[in-house]
Ligand binder design. Structure first.
Ligand SMILES: Nc1nc2c(c(=O)[nH]1)N[C@H]1C(S)=C(S)[C@@H](COP(=O)(O)OP(=O)(O)OC[C@H]3O[C@@H](n4cnc5c(N)ncnc54)[C@H](O)[C@@H]3O)O[C@H]1N2
Ligand code: MOO
Ligand code: MG
Length: 425
């Protein structure tokens, strides 16, 4: 190899590794919450609520019948039985959406449908099946053979929520239940946090487009599309930009331009110590402030981050496994914080390790794996192939198993922390 390629590269070898936690802290100190925008309810799915929503009215806001039947004054049924039934006159019919047209007096009932407003004077609804209808002198009657308890089949005002109660807190992700609530309370233009726009650059002359035919010595660019999927899942809006060629000057310009247009910039590849690893040089230059260029983790030890004018650049490794993990540990929390999510980190739980893991390292390992339910307990199994360069097992993983630095590994049956991957299923 012509040594001119490696001029000045030695600087890249001198990297000071920091912990994942310290790296996350440095990143989050630059992250601000994004602005609020309003989107129509049908488009609110998956968005993050930007403001607390208080109930503008109680729910339900009228006393509602829970059955098709008759609204009754329960005291009319006191003492009645199969032997001594009570006869009550039907004086009104209340379909759903209509209001009672007659005020009930003792001895009278209204025919009423499920979901209709119960007349003020009634305190119970008795379902059709418990009554027998009859007619006498052109008037309709029902016969009841048992006492009806006050409140039966009547949903009181505010059963679910009182006016002014907090219905949905800001930072909440909107899915079916939340959308139902917003619709119920007439909130059509939903205040949500703007999705951070994220530019994606791949680097590397070996990369082919996904639609290109295979060539010897070259591979298709999978990281870009994997990252776009992770970004979307994290709540960001991915923008796939043209690959950065292995030329430092062009790369600087492209990253610079992307900083102007997007909220975050993510690159993949070219971040290690290789002769063409331009991202390492780019972040070492004066045009950005480097936050870190080495993390005490595997995969992704070369994960790098920098900031310029408050905008973050994540230079993730090119190895698919390291790129994936680097995103989950650093970019996802940044996007989550921009969205105002309370806890933007992957959820950590303690489970049993299903199979021993003996690869030791002085860095913490984040081993892709999957959780299985065994006799009522979750057990984590590391993927058979978990090297940084391996792509295929990412799809089968729903956790990252945290293997602390150790000289002996972890035995099957020992407890380990796992980080749950939200976008994996
Ligand atoms: N002398 C050293 N060599 C390496 C070290 C080291 O410490 N000293 N670290 C190794 C580790 S660990 C990793 S991880 C990689 C990091 O490499 P880079 O981040 O610089 O990435 P590249 O060199 O560009 O590519 C690595 C690998 O990934 C493939 N790749 C790149 N981009 C994509 C993409 N968009 N889609 C799919 N695959 C991609 C690329 O072809 C390479 O095979 O460095 C080790 N070396
Ligand atoms: O440190 Mo590499 O970044 O193992 O994947
Ligand atoms: Mg490299």
């Amino acid at each position: 190899m012509n040594t001119s390629f490696s001029d000045g590269k030695e600087e890249k070898f001198k990297r000071k590794a920091i912990s994942v936690k310290e790296g996350q802290t440095r990143i989050l100190s630059y992250v601000r919450r994004s602005e609020t925008e309003r989107v129509p309810l049908p488009e609110a799915q998956g968005r993050i609520l930007a403001e607390d929503v208080l109930a503008p009215h109680p729910y339900p806001h009228f006393r509602r019948s829970g059955m098709d039947g008759f609204a009754v004054i329960s005291s009319d049924t006191l003492g009645c039985s199969a032997e001594t039934p009570v006869f009550l006159e039907v004086v009104d019919e209340i379909p759903c959406g209509s209001l009672p047209s007659v005020a009930l007096v003792p001895g009278t009932v209204s025919r009423i449908m499920t979901g209709a407003k119960v007349p003020d004077e009634a305190d119970a609804v008795v379902m059709f099946e418990m009554t027998e209808s009859s007619e006498s002198q052109g008037r309709a009657y029902i016969q009841l053979k048992r006492e009806i308890k006050p409140g039966s089949n009547v949903t009181p005002v505010g059963l679910e929520l009182q006016e002014g109660e907090l219905i949905l807190e800001k930072g909440r992700r909107l899915s079916a239940g939340e959308i139902s609530v917003l619709a119920t309370f007439g909130i059509y233009n939903v205040p949500v946090v703007k999705r951070p726009s994220v530019a994606i650059f791949s680097t590397g002359s070996e990369l082919l487009g996904v639609e290109e035919p295979l060539q010897d010595g070259r591979i298709r660019n999978s990281n870009t599309y994997m990252l776009a999927s992770q970004i979307r899942d994290a709540g960001g809006e991915p923008f796939i930009l043209e690959a950065i060629a292995d030329d430092l000057g062009t790369a600087r310009q492209k990253v610079q331009d992307a900083f102007e247009l997007y909220d975050l910039v993510v690159t993949t590849g070219g971040v290690s110590v290789g002769d063409f690893d331009i991202m390492a040089d780019l972040v070492a230059g004066d045009d950005v402030e480097m936050l870190f260029n080495k993390i005490t983790m595997r995969p992704g030890s070369v994960t790098t981050a920098a900031v310029k004018n408050g905008k973050l650049l994540f230079a993730l490794s090119g190895n698919p496994g390291a790129c994936f993990v680097g995103f989950e540990l650093f970019v996802r929390p940044a996007i989550g914080t921009m969205l105002g999510i309370g806890d933007p980190f992957l959820k950590e739980i303690q489970v049993e390790l299903g199979r021993e893991y003996v690869k030791v390292n002085n860095f913490t390992r984040f081993v892709r794996g999957r959780l299985e339910l065994k006799e009522g307990r979750f057990v984590a199994f590391p993927a058979a192939l978990d090297e940084s360069s391996v792509m295929i097992t990412i799809k089968d993983s729903d956790v990252l198993i945290v293997i602390p630095p150790s000289s002996r590994g972890v035995a099957a049956g020992e407890m380990v922390s796992v980080l749950q991957l939200p976008g994996s299923r």
